[in-house]
Design a protein around this ligand. Structure first.
Ligand SMILES: [Fe+2]
Ligand SMILES: [Fe+2]
Length: 260
């Protein structure tokens, strides 16, 4: 895998630029169950736009992820570095495609959503915020921290209910999951939906909410994560040379136009 810095230097939030902490302050203060429900009602009918993958890819070129402590890359470079790293390691075509499209939900930024409602780590709302979430202290400013019903480990959920029944903070993961749901295999959809849920897939938090299916599929997210993270490099992929291969890959799995 190409990486310009050692693996333990990635996701170093202490050394990250001040704007990353500012991002998480706002994200943790404002992602509430009420907010997530409102955004799902607004976006998940998928009646906003009809957009092909290639239009979405082109649109994403305007988005810079403010939550990323690692490297300033264009979204296309990040997509290709992830998918090319998977391809080099012999991943299936479905997994390479997953790597290529996994962040396309960030088009939410272009629909006018602020960054704190699009990017960054995700976490359950409607129950206690785990201290294993990055910048946990900022949850003191979240109004739902002080709602008794939401302040226990289970909150509004039941033991082992499965993540499908749990509301995660709103962002690009959940959105893209719904856009691609009719088209991709279960493992790909799970990776897309939970790739930013670091508290669970990296820190092992929220075990009490998972069911057997989550435990099986979380292994897919863990296997995917190094490609998302450690493929980040300042070396830019040769898009012009790669494009024909990716056009064929996208056409194999996805229709020319998607409902967003
Ligand atoms: Fe992402
Ligand atoms: Fe990513």
């Amino acid at each position: 895998m190409t990486a310009d810095k050692p693996q333990n230097a990635f996701r170093d939030y202490d050394a990250a630029a001040p704007h990353v902490a500012a991002f998480y302050r706002e994200n943790h203060a404002r992602q509430t169950l009420a907010f997530v429900r409102a955004k799902k009602a607004e976006y998940l009918p998928l009646r906003r736009r009809r957009l092909g993958v290639w239009e979405a890819v082109a649109a994403l070129e305007q988005v810079v992820d403010q939550s990323d402590p690692d490297i300033d890359l264009s979204q296309l470079d990040h997509a290709l570095q992830t998918s090319e790293a998977l391809r080099r390691h012999g991943a299936s075509r479905a997994r390479v495609l997953t790597g290529f499209v996994h962040d396309l939900g960030k088009v939410l930024c272009l629909f006018g959503e602020p960054q704190w409602a699009v990017v960054g780590d995700t976490f359950p709302v409607g129950c206690a915020f785990s201290d294993r979430i990055v910048h946990h202290a900022f949850f003191a400013e979240n109004p739902e921290t002080h709602v008794a019903e939401y302040s226990t480990p289970l909150g509004i959920y039941t033991e082992g209910c499965g993540l499908d029944a749990v509301h995660l903070s709103w962002g690009h993961d959940e959105y893209l999951y719904h856009v691609l749901r009719p088209h991709l295999p279960e493992e790909s959809l799970y990776v897309i939906r939970y790739h930013s849920f670091y508290a669970a897939h990296r820190e092992g938090a929220y075990e009490h909410l998972l069911d057997a299916r989550d435990r099986r599929l979380m292994a897919e997210v863990r296997a995917f994560n190094p490609y998302d993270l450690y493929s980040k490099s300042v070396e830019r992929p040769d898009w012009a040379a790669l494009r024909p291969w990716y056009e064929e890959l996208v056409a194999e799995f996805l229709p020319p136009v998607l409902q967003w």
